[in-house]
Design a protein around this ligand. Sequence first.
Ligand SMILES: Nc1ncnc2c1ncn2[C@@H]1O[C@H](COP(=O)(O)OP(=O)(O)O)[C@@H](O)[C@H]1O
Ligand SMILES: [Mg+2]
Length: 356
Amino acid sequence: MERILDVNDLHVSFDTFAGEVKAVRGVNFHLNKGETLAIVGESGSGKSVTSKAVMRLIPDPPGRIKQGEIKFGDRDLSKLSEKEMQKIRGSEISMIFQDPMTSLNPTMTVGKQIMEGLIKHQNMNKSEAKERAIELLKLVGIPDAEGRVTQYPHQFSGGMRQRVVIAIALACNPRVLIADEPTTALDVTIQAQILELLKDLQEKMGTSIIFITHDLGVVANIADRVAVMYAGKIVETGTVDEIFYNPQHPYTWGLLGSMPSLEATEEDLIAIPGSPPDLLDPPKGDAFAPRNPYAMKIDTEMEPPLFKVSDTHYAATWLLHEKAPKVEPPAAIKKRLRGMAPDEPIIATKDGERNV
Ligand SMILES: Nc1ncnc2c1ncn2[C@@H]1O[C@H](COP(=O)(O)OP(=O)(O)O)[C@@H](O)[C@H]1O
Ligand SMILES: [Mg+2]
């Protein structure tokens, strides 16, 4: 499988009056060609900072990429100049954000905004770009594209605006699309339509997608693989099936347990107790330990490495150490997992090995 993007040991910090906020603390992930990788985690876990770092959009100051490699083909994006990045942004890697209004210019017609990238990156003249803008509006499912191309963002509904944003992002046929909570601001029906559209466009255009969300509920339908993020680190990564049916990290159990679903009744929902750690002064061992009912002594002393569960599945929890007591997800979560996959065993395997 061809790797489009390979992020290694990424560290991002912000210098504040209170001290250094260590927002991203050694993140590793890769994106395969044509796949969708979901990055999931509670608010504040570092999802947006990670994706902005890939785009080199971290405001500096106060932020900076302290360390790490962002390999995109044979280039390391962390080392490129702003001028070189401008050639990549919008043409090879595009990003869409939660609120379409902040990414659209209210004083410019949507057509002009789609045309900008085409003229800048694809050497199109005005009439070619306008024709392509209309095609793109049709592609993202906007009715009466010819009439709509000369309208302004405020003339579109929230869902239609997000379609325009997607048209702008995909105009130059980028190899990578980073979608940061693209449906969070939309109501559930529109949300589903936008997810469907992204899937459909990915099939047509072969785009590789990083889909960022705090909502594990939308992941199963859209992602191939999942990376679970907590306190600036990826704590578990695997295929969608591995994460949903054989989760290993107690934080992932927590996310699954607090996820509303068709099978779950109100009392099955279990919120994760406590709150994420202070990233000004992250704890010494496993950052999840204070919220982890299965925490052991070692969790407060040493950070767990990523243990291998399968070739595609890794989790950073001491529970996977061969000497750790054998524990299973809480009964309520097991019940819910069974609701999702009746035949799958949900047992934390202890044959994991240290991944160095
Ligand atoms: N400009 C900034 N200055 C200081 N801290 C920041 C800044 N931007 C983000 N952070 C901090 O980085 C951490 C991760 O934030 P973010 O990536 O936005 O989380 P997520 O997208 O997962 O909700 C948070 O603790 C946040 O407060
Ligand atoms: Mg965010």
